[in-house]
Design a binder for this molecule. Structure first.
Ligand SMILES: [Zn+2]
Ligand SMILES: [Zn+2]
Length: 290
């Protein structure tokens, strides 16, 4: 028997004869169940349909691990390769044996860790294929890790040191939402891996944070301020979000502060103001007095 994969979020469930009655992650307000109902698949079914792992080096020491064509919510994982081993941040629904062998050849896989539950993917299958001893899951989000495994190691700390990188909890989207800080990345200027704990915007020049992305529900100003306070001590120049295109190549910390500053400005705009500043001038407005 194979683990069941949710067709919408790509998270894996225990290998039992029938799939669960629902995907708990997609039933939650922060995801969605398709209008025509819950779908289930398996890794074999995805392979028969042509899905394959995709590995891409994003910079020296940082390997992207995705699936092509995109499956689930289309996310890609990241592996930081250091002298003290490999740390894998996030997971996708599928990992091919040859891709796993390539990753294993880079060094011992110290741990799998995650930005948040939407990116748990096929974490247990990945850990088995990669020979990873530990799947690090924050205690506050433990209920969302829906597949059982002896490799799951719950933790409570806000900062978990993992060799060359640090897993840092910033909260927001989920109580355990985290980022992985890699001080040696970007030629020593520092890299932050964020999944959608900080979600890179369409222009690639800032980020946003949300309670629910698909349902467009924002976070409260105090929560956004707490996220910024968690980011404050971390030095980084480059930021990688949860998808191939989600990259802020330089001056990323400034971009985080600028974009979340704007977010706070809009959230706390006084009620007498009817719209944001900077919109197009109404046609004919200049002639209103004439
Ligand atoms: Zn799901
Ligand atoms: Zn999410």
């Amino acid at each position: 028997m194979e683990p069941w994969l949710c067709g919408t979020c790509g998270v894996e469930y225990d290998p039992v004869p029938s799939p669960p009655s629902a995907c708990w992650i997609c039933e939650d307000e922060r995801q969605w169940v398709p209008r025509d109902g819950q779908r289930w698949t398996t890794a074999s079914e995805l392979r028969r349909a042509g899905y394959r792992s995709s590995l891409r080096w994003l910079e020296e020491g940082l390997l992207g691990i995705g699936v092509e064509p995109a499956v689930g919510i289309g996310q890609r994982a990241l592996a930081v390769v250091g002298d003290r081993g490999v740390v894998v941040f996030d997971a996708a629904p599928l990992l091919d044996e040859d891709a796993a062998a390539t990753i294993r050849s880079l060094g011992p896989v110290v741990a799998l860790c995650f930005s948040h539950p939407h990116f748990y993917g096929a974490a247990v299958t990945w850990a088995e294929l990669l020979g990873a001893e530990r799947i690090l899951v924050p205690q506050v989000d433990a209920a969302w890790f829906v597949r059982s495994s002896e490799r799951v190691a719950l933790y409570d700390d806000d900062v978990v040191e993992l060799g060359e990188v640090e897993l840092r909890r910033i909260g927001g989207h989920f109580p355990g939402s985290s980022v992985l800080w890699w001080p040696g990345g970007a030629e020593g200027r520092g890299v932050l891996l964020t999944g959608d704990s900080l979600s890179v915007n369409a222009r690639g020049d800032g980020v946003t944070v949300m309670w629910s992305f698909p349902n467009h529900l924002p976070l409260a100003p105090q929560v956004v301020e707490a996220i910024l306070a968690h980011i404050e001590p971390v030095c980084f120049d480059r930021l990688y979000g949860g998808w191939w295109d989600s990259v802020i190549p330089s001056a990323a910390k400034e971009a985080v502060y600028r974009s979340l500053g704007r977010y706070l400005e809009l959230l706390t705009m006084p009620p007498t103001v009817t719209g944001p500043a900077g919109g197009p001038t109404e046609p004919g407005a200049e002639d209103a007095s004439g």
